[in-house]
Each structure stands twice: as structure tokens, then as C-alpha cells.
Design a protein around this ligand. Structure first.
Ligand code: 13P
Ligand code: SF4
Length: 326
């Protein structure tokens, strides 16, 4: 299969990659470069199947953060979105962190600007700040503790009951944590452009079409939708749940990239993704990672994620707290 040529940054426009290279050739070259350069590819479950196939580790954000922290590789190529690559750099600063496409951002991370958070904090000086890992390093640097969707409930339950908390940036996840823990955290008004757009009406239609299916959903979805599902959990939790369930059919309410790994682990189970009308829910930023830009990034060791050391040290503290507590 021929790849669509990737729009390349001006910095490395000059390098010649034969336009005729197909996926198999690119995979061979990527494997060679990984060996020669002692590089590791970390990929999120939402990336394209061919990207997951060349990765050394595929995981959710918590798993990827842990892997990034412990790797001895000289180069970490991060196939995910920008804040995830930042987390890798924060945790393992002596490694070169490559990002195949620097424009792969996250709507949720973008919804919480560091300056706005500083203003909000100033209005609530008696509050601790808890941040979902889907935020920028500049936001992490202002926080007391980071959580992921995989450990949020466990970590919040460990905090003193009377602790006043601001939760950023995901309003839906924050609302879910409040309901599950009985807290009244102040919630930032941010949302994921994928999960926030699932409609109850579409879910009802899917349930009518697949009456025996169990519904699993990511806690970034809106409350009215979460109230209609059978299981709520992070990417890894949904994978475990489906693997352990005796049911044979599932409606999966999260980014469709996860289906690749779910189906691989559960070849006998039927998995349905939820559409928004006729539109499939994909994270366009995750899908910016492809074999061509991964190959080019490994070849040229560009684009590299560079981070100010002061910022890195500040952002490290709340992530370290998370890793210790989770
Ligand atoms: P996980 O923490 O489950 O990997 O989710 C990350 C994410 O970006 C969800 O949209
Ligand atoms: Fe961000 Fe949503 Fe994409 Fe996850 S799916 S990376 S939260 S935009």
C-alpha cells in the first residue's frame, strides 16, 4: 500500500525519502534505524494499526509514562500527541525524544492555558491543583498532583477528605471523579473533541442494533452518556474488562484506534465503535503519526522535543507524586 506523502516541516524538507517506499519497506527501514540508533518507539493505542505494529510498546498514557521513565534507549520516538512526548522528556531528560509531527496536539490540553490556570489559582489560593495528564508541561508545572484516567479514582481517594481541589482540564472526567468519590472539586471547562461529542441518541441506536452488546466507555465522555453504559474505564481498563468478560459483543465508546488491540486480544468477540451520525470518532492528532514521518524522524533525528530545564523540573514533581502513589 502506498502512503499518502506526509506534509513535512521546513527543517527537514531537504532529506530525500524515495516516494515509492511502501509500508513493508518503511517497516524494514524503521527496524534497522531502531537497531542502529538504540531507539525505542512508544505508541498510544489510538495510533494507526501500522504504527502500533512498529512500536516496541503500545499503551495508554499511564503505561507509556512508566515505559518512558524506565527506558535505557538513547532515543524515544513518541507516536502519540505532544503532551505525552513532553511527559516522556520530563521523566527521562537525557534521552532524545522525537515527535514525528510536532503539530499533533490535543484539544483537551489546549483548553487549559497556563496563564488562565495561574489566574484561576490566584482566585482560589486554598485549593490544591490536580491535573489530568492530558495537559501541557506549563500546566503540569503549576499542579500538585497529576492523574491519568487509569489511576484518578485511586489517587483522589488517597487525598484528605476535606482537601479543596481544582481539577483541570477535563470537565467530564472531573465530574465523573466527583460522583465516584463524593468530592466537590472545582472543574475546569475543558473537553476532548472526540469523547465529548458522543451522543446518547447514537448510543441508543447502536444498542437497538446490538441488543446483546455490553457498552464500555471512557470517562472523558459526557455524564448523560456515561449514565447509559455498563462499564466506565481508561483505555487499559476497557481492554482488561473486555478480555475478562464472558460476553461476546461490545459497543466501545472511545477513540476507534483501540479496536485494533482489542480485536487482536479478543479475536472471537464482536466489537462495535460508536459513530456520531455517519462519522467515526477519530483523534486527528493521534492519526498524524504514520510510517513515513516515523521513518523520517528516526533517520534525521528530528523534530526533537526540547524543554526548558526549569520548566521540566517543576513539571516533574507532580508526575513523580503520581507514579509513587499509583
Ligand atoms: P488514556 O489515559 O486512557 O490513555 O487516554 C488518553 C487519551 O488521550 C484519552 O483521550
Ligand atoms: Fe486529546 Fe481527545 Fe485526542 Fe485524547 S482523544 S489525545 S484527549 S484530543
Amino acid at each position: 500500500m502506498q502512503l499518502t506523502p506526509h506534509k513535512r516541516s521546513a527543517v527537514w524538507e531537504s532529506t530525500e525519502i524515495p516516494s515509492s517506499m511502501n509500508n513493508e519497506e518503511l517497516k524494514t527501514e524503521i527496524a534497522r534505524l531502531k537497531r542502529e540508533k538504540n531507539a525505542i518507539i512508544l505508541a498510544h493505542y489510538y495510533t494507526l494499526p501500522e504504527v502500533q505494529e512498529v512500536a516496541d510498546f503500545v499503551g495508554d498514557s499511564l503505561g507509556l509514562a512508566r515505559k518512558a521513565a524506565e527506558t535505557q534507549a538513547d532515543i524515544i520516538l513518541f507516536a502519540g500527541v505532544h503532551f505525552m512526548a513532553e511527559t516522556a522528556k520530563i521523566l527521562n531528560p537525557t534521552r532524545k525524544v522525537l515527535v514525528p509531527d510536532m503539530s499533533a496536539g490535543c484539544s483537551l490540553a489546549n483548553s487549559c492555558k497556563a496563564e488562565k490556570l495561574a489566574e484561576f489559582k490566584a482566585k482560589h489560593p486554598d485549593h490544591k491543583v490536580l491535573a489530568y495528564v492530558n495537559c501541557t508541561a506549563a500546566v503540569k508545572a503549576q499542579c500538585d498532583l497529576i492523574v491519568t484516567s487509569g489511576n484518578a479514582l485511586k489517587l483522589v481517594n488517597q487525598l484528605p477528605k476535606d482537601e479543596k481541589i481544582i481539577f483541570v482540564p477535563d470537565g467530564n472526567l472531573g465530574d465523573y471523579i466527583n460522583r465516584m468519590t463524593g468530592r466537590e472539586m472545582l472543574l475546569w471547562d475543558g473537553a476532548c473533541c472526540v469523547h465529548d461529542h458522543y451522543e446518547v441518541e447514537d448510543l441508543e441506536k447502536a444498542k437497538a442494533e446490538h441488543p446483546n452488546a455490553i457498552v464500555v466507555a471512557h470517562p472523558e465522555c459526557r455524564r448523560e452518556l456515561l449514565e447509559k453504559v455498563d462499564f466506565i474505564g481508561s483505555t487499559a481498563a476497557m481492554l482488561n474488562f473486555i478480555g475478562e468478560s464472558d460476553a461476546k459483543e461490545f459497543i466501545v465508546v472511545t477513540e476507534s484506534g483501540i479496536i485494533y488491540e482489542m480485536q487482536k486480544r479478543n479475536p472471537d468477540k464482536k466489537l462495535y465503535t460508536l459513530y456520531n451520525g455517519a462519522v467515526k470518532h477519530d483523534c486527528v492528532n493521534m492519526k498524524k503519526n504514520n510510517l513515513l514521518n516515523i521513518y523520517a524522524a528516526l533517520l534525521e533525528e528530528q523534530p526533537e522535543l526540547i524543554m526548558d530545564e526549569e520548566l521540566r523540573k517543576k513539571a516533574l514533581l507532580p508526575i513523580q507524586r503520581m507514579l509513587e502513589l499509583s
